[in-house]
Write a protein that binds this ligand. Structure first.
Ligand SMILES: [Zn+2]
Length: 103
């Protein structure tokens, strides 16, 4: 579990680097799309399964989370866990509604 094969960003599948933070029990992900965030092993596994099984509803949420991570400033919440991921998706949806992405 502590080793991370290069499987891309758990949120958006772009190329990413993952570092296991033992003291926090989370992965620190540096993604070329989502920038830097942390994710719990539980969410990481759940999202990997969503990608593997093409679970469209969940993948839609992941897209919103990726939007949030891209648009939020560094002071924003950047810890993806079972408690926060739905909230982050909702935030991403709000941000898109307010103007969306330029690119
Ligand atoms: Zn990403």
């Amino acid at each position: 579990m502590t080793t991370s094969p290069t499987m891309g960003c758990p949120i958006c599948r772009a190329s990413a680097r993952e570092i296991w933070l033992d003291e926090n029990g989370v992965f620190l992900v540096q993604c070329e799309q989502c920038s830097t965030f942390t994710i719990t092993p539980e969410r990481r596994t759940a999202f990997a399964e969503a990608w593997r099984d093409h679970r469209r509803e969940l993948l839609m949420f992941l897209e919103l989370i990726s939007c949030y991570l891209r648009l939020a400033d560094d002071d924003g919440q950047r810890d993806v866990s079972a408690d926060t991921w739905m909230h982050l998706a909702a935030e991403g949806e709000n941000m898109l509604a307010e103007g969306g992405l330029d690119d």
